[in-house]
Design a protein around this ligand. Structure first.
Ligand SMILES: NC(=O)c1ccc[n+]([C@@H]2O[C@H](COP(=O)([O-])OP(=O)(O)OC[C@H]3O[C@@H](n4cnc5c(N)ncnc54)[C@H](O)[C@@H]3O)[C@@H](O)[C@H]2O)c1
Length: 303
């Protein structure tokens, strides 16, 4: 049998490997013979990984400590960890979703990967409109250090609702992936981006609460009539970082069972086409979210 994917003995780093898509990715990579270095805040249940490294990706120092435990040469990176923003503040959400991936890429992947290496980030269809809002993202995406990103997002972190950090961080990461695909191409390293639609993972309940129930969430899953499974998102990521995708770099791979097609064809309203940084929109959204949180609290008291 020919090993088409070519993962045997490759050093693969997977963030978010303790739940959902990251966990499914780690499992597939183990099955394909890779040496998996799993990074997460919570313990990892995947058998036969090479090493689990506990790390809060919203902390630059913890990332430095984690990468000191990983072999010098890295073959593939899977940036899967993420936060919805419904339970964490703006800063933590943004740093886990964007800043960590930027920092790892520029400080650890650029000099520890070589020709044939591959990177995939997991963004979201919530960041689908990144091309339209490049001007909003440029300041962040062109920041080269952790501190510069903190400075570029300081105002937003104090004024915008933390769920807005989700859309903004995913847009920034999609743009970053596109720009880095060009940078890394000269090194023979591929960079791609997977944009998942609604998926049944540890984050499901948070998204469900945001959109108003399971039915509404399923309506965000295109014409599938169900949510995707974690494995259905892990598979495209594993494919993109494999030898099977050796000529694929700079791709935005939307995995949403036609949800985006419906929007492109005007058969569905595109709710993602709004600014993530406009102060009036952010203030209005914050007010609405505070109001619905208060209502939820009051109805809880009445029950
Ligand atoms: N579930 C969906 O519908 C959906 C849709 C689009 C995109 N996504 C993206 O998919 C990715 C995977 O999420 P999932 O849906 O599998 O959710 P999940 O909650 O099941 O998994 C996320 C993982 O990230 C880890 N994590 C969170 N914050 C961390 C931190 N600060 N440091 C280290 N690890 C941290 C969690 O512990 C968890 O193991 C995320 O980037 C998410 O934004 C999810």
């Amino acid at each position: 049998m020919k090993d088409y994917f070519g993962y045997k003995d490759k050093v693969c780093v997977v963030t978010g490997a303790s739940s959902g898509m990251g966990e499914a990715t780690a499992r597939m990579l183990v099955d394909l013979g890779a040496k998996v270095y799993a990074i997460d805040l919570n313990d990892c249940k995947v058998d036969w990984i090479t090493e689990f490294i506990k790390c809060n990706l919203a902390s630059k120092e913890e990332i430095d400590e984690a990468f000191a435990k990983i072999p010098e040469h890295i073959d593939a990176f899977f940036g899967v960890a993420g936060l919805s923003g419904s339970k964490t503040d703006y800063r933590t959400t943004f740093d886990c979703n964007y800043t960590a991936n930027m920092y790892i890429t520029l400080n650890y992947l650029k000099n520890r990967m070589s020709k044939g290496g591959a990177i995939v980030y997991c963004t979201s269809t919530a960041g689908l409109e990144w091309k339209k809002f490049k001007r909003e993202q440029n300041k962040v995406v062109h920041s080269k250090t952790w501190e510069e990103v903190q400075e570029a997002t300081k105002k937003l972190a104090n004024s915008a609702p933390s769920t807005f950090a989700y859309m903004y961080s995913k847009r920034c990461l999609s743009q970053f992936a596109c720009e880095q695909a060009v940078e890394f191409a000269t090194l023979g390293i591929r960079v791609n981006n997977v944009l998942p639609g609604s998926t049944d993972t540890g984050m499901k309940q948070e998204f469900q609460d945001m959109v108003g129930g399971e039915e509404a969430l399923i309506a965000e899953a295109g014409l599938a009539g169900r949510l995707a499974t974690s494995e259905e998102m892990a598979a495209p990521m594993v494919f993109l970082n494999s030898d099977m995708a050796s000529f694929t770099s700079g791709l935005d791979m939307v995995v949403d069972y036609t949800d985006t097609c419906l929007k492109v064809l005007g058969k569905k309203k595109n709710l993602e086409a709004i600014s993530a940084t406009n102060p009036i929109i952010c203030a209005l959204a914050k007010k609405m979210m505070n109001k619905s949180a208060k209502n939820a609290l009051n109805s809880g008291k009445e029950n």
